[in-house]
Design a protein around this ligand. Structure first.
Ligand code: URA
Length: 241
């Protein structure tokens, strides 16, 4: 069934600079048109998929969902509510806020980096579902130097201390002897930390730098957010590493 919305609600959901009361005022002044006819009332129904809504001559383009890249700092939790610590949602600036936003996937409180925030449950499911194997790439700093055997152990599937066998993953050493990148195709609780523990090492710093084939924007400061533009959304599901 086509989606129907109240005109004022629709406009204010798509134009962060216009509150519902501002939209009401613009309608009253005859500055809002629907299919080239001045809107008579702010509560008239519109079909966002097909109706042409304009405010002072500017088309209100319809985006059903929003996708936000957040560079999560340490000390912030990946939940929608928390009594004690700030949540990732508290970092979303006013102009990107919408009802129904949630983090698609979790990072530990002390992990930094790429968190996807969206109001699109279907897309989040696609990214998180283990059967889709969407790779997540992490930069890791270890307490001790990495060992050349790690590469093979990661690709064979590491066995955690509780006996769980991880899916094959990729380990890539970096030039510093205690720094590396790992790519996982699943997301178990504290997985990266537990994998290195199983190898007798310890993660001292962890940052997610890529989801699917989409890199965290390196110009984004810690705590910063940016909307993911359309052409990059598909990169989130890419299985290419
Ligand atoms: N693995 C971890 O151990 N922690 C994270 O936050 C993400 C992956």
């Amino acid at each position: 069934m086509p989606e129907v919305q109240r005109l004022d609600k629709f406009i204010s959901s798509q134009r962060s600079d216009l509150s519902r009361s501002m939209v009401k005022e613009l309608v009253r002044k005859g500055k809002v048109t629907v299919n080239n006819t001045a809107a008579k009332s702010p509560d008239m129904k519109v079909f966002p998929d097909t109706d042409i809504v304009e405010v002072e001559g500017a088309l209100v383009s319809y985006k059903k969902h929003i996708y936000i890249m957040l560079n999560k700092p340490q000390g912030v939790v990946c939940s929608t509510r928390d009594g004690l610590s700030p949540t990732v949602l508290s970092l979303i600036p006013e102009n990107l806020r919408r009802k129904g936003l949630f983090p698609a996937g979790r990072l530990d409180k002390d992990t930094e980096g790429f968190v996807l925030i969206t109001d699109d449950g279907a897309l989040a499911h696609k990214i998180l579902s283990p059967k889709n194997h969407v790779p997540k790439t992490y930069f890791v700093r270890l307490a001790k130097e990495w060992n050349t055997s790690y590469k093979e152990q990661f690709s064979n599937g590491i066995i955690l201390s509780d006996g769980t066998k991880c899916l094959p993953a990729q380990f890539s050493p970096l030039s510093a002897p205690n720094e590396c990148e790992v790519v996982l195709h699943e997301g178990m609780f504290h997985q990266v930390k537990r994998m290195f523990e199983a190898l007798g090492n310890k993660v001292v710093y962890l940052k997610r730098i890529k989801i699917g084939n989409l890199f965290l924007d390196e110009n984004l400061p810690l705590g910063g957010c940016v909307e993911i533009i359309d052409k990059n959304i598909n990169k989130l599901f890419s299985n290419l590493v």
